[in-house]
Design a protein around this ligand. Sequence first.
Ligand SMILES: NC(=O)c1ccc[n+]([C@@H]2O[C@H](COP(=O)([O-])OP(=O)(O)OC[C@H]3O[C@@H](n4cnc5c(N)ncnc54)[C@H](OP(=O)(O)O)[C@@H]3O)[C@@H](O)[C@H]2O)c1
Length: 321
Amino acid sequence: MAQPTIKLNSGHDMPQVGFGLWKVDKETCADTVYNAIKTGYRLFDGACDYGNEKQAGEGVARAIKDGLVKREDLFLVSKLWNSFHDGERVEPICKKQLEDCGIDYFDLYLIHFPVALRYVDPSVRYPPEWSYDGKGDIQLSNATIQETWTAMEGLVGKGYAKSIGISNFQGSLILDLLRYAKIRPATLQIEHHPYLVQETLLKLAAAEGIAVTAYSSFGPQSFVELEWQKAKDCPILFEHPTVVEIAKKHNKTTAQVLLRWATQRGLAVIPKSNNQGRLQQNLEVTNFDLDQSEVDAVSGFDRGLRFNNPTDYLGTLHIFA
Ligand SMILES: NC(=O)c1ccc[n+]([C@@H]2O[C@H](COP(=O)([O-])OP(=O)(O)OC[C@H]3O[C@@H](n4cnc5c(N)ncnc54)[C@H](OP(=O)(O)O)[C@@H]3O)[C@@H](O)[C@H]2O)c1
């Protein structure tokens, strides 16, 4: 069945439901991507930081070789890591990521976080993650978002990315970026689930014609997997009585209700699952409708609870000047 798409301000169509690649093990990643394509996924949300771009690319290459899809049927997303924000670092790292993935363009390339870190040469450590020395010492770079965005625009000009976008940006920073952007961000990727609805940010994105992709749609679930106490202390959304009741009524799983709550409100979703059955059900989240009262009830869980907040888990910042 053809999946619905979202028309981006760049003119390209983005599948509304995709597959997230964070925490997909290197060992299983190629097979997972291959099987996800076989199941019907067309969008894959990757990143330098996920450490599995080579393996994801192997899965894509095998699917193309076996005739499951053509490259142009896929929508491959990746992200610029924080250590590569300096203007002159953007194109070389994007080209390395393309080479790792075995492709010659990304459909969408995002600034992963609005945080510029001191450059780490890929030959020293890759992906570099958050710290400069790999041991916890975090050092900033002086690159502004304007410098980085200008270099991102250059990727479109050279054909390395069809669309460019942002992730983990808040409203005021988006408004600032729009003052100088020659190419507007096509998408904004944010943590979004019933405990973190961010209604005003969604309204701003809609008003500015920026499509929103929700990540961590199951709220604490993704972070329980990482053994984070903040997530363990939080009521599991899959067991919330309201979600359970809505799921029973529509004969769907609670995961499908949570994803439909987002897609019905116009957002794209990119759930990750290392399990074939769950991966399949996560794709089938646009072919039924919740009642408006059900959508409102789930939106009512909002408590401004953010899990992916770097300041929660990063230590002292040392300014690099
Ligand atoms: N831009 C950013 O900064 C950023 C940050 C975080 C994530 N992301 C992107 O967003 C994607 C999704 O977010 P996420 O990985 O944080 O979390 P998620 O997709 O919300 O949740 C993943 C968790 O839910 C479980 N799960 C998946 N489907 C399920 C189902 N149908 N029923 C029950 N449990 C299910 C998974 O376990 P199993 O694997 O065992 O099924 C895993 O524990 C990432 O993979 C990544 O591509 C982007």
